[in-house]
Design a protein around this ligand. Structure first.
Ligand SMILES: C[S@@+](CC[C@H](N)C(=O)[O-])C[C@H]1O[C@@H](n2cnc3c(N)ncnc32)[C@H](O)[C@@H]1O
Length: 268
């Protein structure tokens, strides 16, 4: 069965070639296994430490008790690891490429200088406008940032695209799942057909779906075996690919649980 958020979208048929390659590894460990300058575009959405802070101060009571909430589900990636993450991201990207980082307003001020230290040029935050308000008590949340970085110099494919991407949020999907349509804008702008798009925190694989729909290849990892299962099931709709051994069956929506991660070898 296609993932619910993929069903209304056309697919790009790719026959016979592995078009995706998934791992069940820590993001940095996985990036370390990739060759220098082997990736054409990085789009990613880490599980930020700020999630823990919101939980600790009790502003997210509704999230705390929800089975499908990201607080029940995510292993958080600490801010103290940004330096190693961005150093590896910079190393694996080819010269003249782009890097997009989904980011909340708080983490943006920490992530931006760390990525610049690794060598990236920061252009601007793009805004994902979710079209409807969400949680919070002060100016309820309706947007997320997507930090736009560059390694070397690459021209966007369409200079007429706005810096606000308005796409409704996903309801009832993977926790913190991003709409494929948002990643499609980024993939279309910053890569060409046949190029390799990577996501080291892939969750349900929305970046991968965008990449394959647009005729790119995809490589991704996540620490959570259920995330890798969901991503693999979605991506197989577009062609053959590699997934790690021993993945669990797909979880029922709303019954996602935090699990320890077994380890697999990177295959790219
Ligand atoms: C915000 S979610 C990504 C959601 C994804 N963009 C989507 O559309 O479904 C962040 C993901 O990072 C994963 N994660 C947390 N720490 C990680 C780590 N050290 N390495 C790899 N993945 C990690 C979590 O399991 C979670 O699936």
């Amino acid at each position: 069965m296609p993932h619910p958020s993929d069903m209304s979208e056309p697919s790009v048929p790719v026959v016979g070639v592995p078009v995706f390659d998934l791992s069940l590894l820590d993001a940095v460990e996985w990036l370390r296994g990739l060759q220098n300058e082997s990736v054409d575009l990085l789009v990613t959405d880490p599980a930020y430490e700020s999630l823990e802070k919101h939980r600790a101060v009790g502003t997210t009571t509704r999230l705390k008790h929800s089975k499908a909430s990201s607080n029940d589900w995510f292993t958080v990636f600490p801010n103290s690891r940004f330096a190693e993450l961005f150093a590896e991201a910079f190393r694996v990207l080819r010269p003249d490429t782009h890097f997009y980082l989904f980011c909340d307003a708080e983490t943006m001020f920490i992530a931006k200088p760390e990525a610049e230290k690794a060598g990236f040029r920061f252009w601007k935050p793009l805004v994902w406008d979710k079209r409807t308000i969400g949680m919070g008590y002060h100016y309820r949340a309706r947007y997320e940032f997507i930090l736009f970085f560059e390694k070397g110099k690459r021209r966007l494919n369409d200079l007429g695209v706005a810096d606000i991407i308005a796409v409704p949020r996903i309801h009832g999907g993977y926790p913190a799942e991003k709409p494929v349509a948002v990643s499609e804008v980024l993939v279309r702008q910053s890569s060409s057909a046949g190029e390799l798009v990577a996501d080291p925190f892939m969750g349900s694989g929305s970046v991968g779906v965008a990449a394959l729909r647009l005729g790119r290849r995809f490589a991704g990892t996540d620490l959570n075996p259920q995330a890798v299962r969901i991503a693999s099931d979605r991506l197989r709709e577009f062609g053959a690919g590699r997934e790690p051994d021993g993945l669990p069956p797909a979880p029922q929506p709303g019954l996602l649980e935090l699990t320890d991660s077994p380890v697999s070898e990177p295959t790219l």
